[in-house]
Design a protein around this ligand. Structure first.
Ligand SMILES: NC(=O)c1ccc[n+]([C@@H]2O[C@H](COP(=O)([O-])OP(=O)(O)OC[C@H]3O[C@@H](n4cnc5c(N)ncnc54)[C@H](O)[C@@H]3O)[C@@H](O)[C@H]2O)c1
Length: 368
């Protein structure tokens, strides 16, 4: 019987250095009897030789279209736009199940080629919890960028271009240095503090030296009274980490900011949840997602009032590609081990059933 195989493709999105398969996870799969093909990739945080050293077969960059069709292809982000039919199984984030822009075209590529999409966002365990997510490092990195923005404001500057950090320690040291050696004295409020992103944000604030009393941690219990919340005005940084599943009263409004006048302490809002264009966005004070090259957007609070910036980057974990990949890949490992049994293993059958449903919707939408 031939060995179970997996093909790690390269990422094509700018600045994306993360990977779904690290050399450590790859080694565990090889030890379990897998054969792993890895596309050479200079962008990936792990160098090709690390994969070679654990026994992977290196193949050309972007060569997956010519891979044998029975080998599943694993990657993270969306495939480059194309209309080519897809005959393979792909394990990745595709962002096409909630009718996002281009959803029909993406699903029709699989339909025409006979391939299958196993969207990682919808790989769940028996309790319906996602098996692998990047939330912790999104919150961690988002909090760090918020702290860097405060440091920039203190010196009368605007936060400049962000680059990925080699490690969490490097990120922590950079933030501490920017704040003059420690974050002590900075006060923050994290909403959604019990979730993955929220826990990451709280950890970053602890690690840069904030006093525990200065890290306010809110979740469902604290917001049950209904917003807007005046408490947000009395901290330096507000980090939103909630999972928005239904309409919720706004947490913070522009009227509230203007009424607060000069007495407002809040200077930076980090919207990790990034429900920017969602009609139920609980922070309706901004309208765009910010980027690594331009991380902050100012809120119009009137020229006489202290400035306020929003950071709404939707790919924060890319700032910590090594640790984010390690954690994600290790969380994905038990499911990958079950790939040879994907016709019966719950995590894969549920994802396949959802894919089939979405393809049916796409075919209907396209009136094929
Ligand atoms: N910007 C990025 O780079 C990035 C990366 C990963 C995830 N995210 C997003 O971050 C969000 C959170 O993801 P997660 O994995 O941490 O989710 P999660 O389910 O682990 O945690 C969400 C938390 O929010 C709380 N919550 C929900 N509604 C609330 C409310 N009205 N008031 C207070 N607390 C509330 C929940 O109780 C939970 O503790 C998601 O929208 C996700 O898409 C963003």
């Amino acid at each position: 019987m031939s060995k179970p195989s997996l093909w790690l493709r390269c990422e094509k999105k700018e600045f994306e250095r993360r990977t779904a398969l690290t050399p450590a996870t790859t080694k565990k799969l090889i030890d379990a009897g897998f054969e792993i093909f890895v596309e050479r990739d200079e962008q990936r945080i792990f160098v090709d030789s690390e994969y070679e050293a654990v026994g992977c077969k290196l193949v050309d960059n972007s060569s997956w279209p010519s891979a044998p069709v029975n080998i599943p292809i694993i990657g993270l982000k969306e495939l480059p736009e194309s209309t080519d039919p897809i005959p393979h199984s792909h394990i990745q984030f595709a962002h096409c199940y909630k009718k996002q822009d281009g959803w029909v075209d993406i699903l029709l590529r699989f339909h025409r080629g006979g391939g299958t999409l196993y969207d990682i966002e919808f790989l769940t365990d028996a309790n319906g919890r996602r098996v692998a997510a990047f939330g912790y490092h999104a919150g961690f990195a988002g909090a760090a960028v918020g702290a860097l923005a405060v440091a920039s404001q203190r010196s009368g500057e605007k936060l400049g271009h962000l680059k990925s950090f080699e490690s969490e320690d490097a990120m922590i040291n950079t933030v501490k240095t920017a704040l003059g050696g420690s974050g002590k004295g900075v006060k923050v409020l994290v909403i959604g503090a019990l979730g993955r992103c929220g826990r990451g944000a709280v950890d970053l604030f602890r690690k840069i030296g904030l006093d525990e009393d200065d890290v306010l941690k809110w979740d469902m219990a604290e917001t049950a009274k209904g917003g807007p919340f005046s408490e947000i005005l009395d901290v330096d940084i507000f980090v939103n980490c909630i999972y928005l599943s239904s309409k919720t009263p706004s947490f913070l409004t522009r009227d509230q900011l203007i009424s607060a006048g000069k007495g407002r302490r809040l200077s930076t809002v980090v919207d990790v949840s990034c429900d920017t264009t969602n009609p139920f966005n609980p922070i309706p004070i901004y309208t765009i997602n910010t980027t690594f090259s331009s991380p902050t957007v100012p809120v119009d609070v009137g020229t006489e009032n202290p400035p306020l910036s929003v950071i709404s980057i939707d790919h924060f974990p890319s700032l910590l590609p090594r640790e984010a990949s390690e954690q994600f890949s290790s969380d994905l490992f038990p499911s990958l081990l079950q790939l040879p049994d994907r016709e019966t293993a719950q995590v894969w059958t549920v994802a396949k059933a959802l894919f089939d449903k979405k393809v049916t919707e796409a075919v209907k939408e396209a009136k094929l």
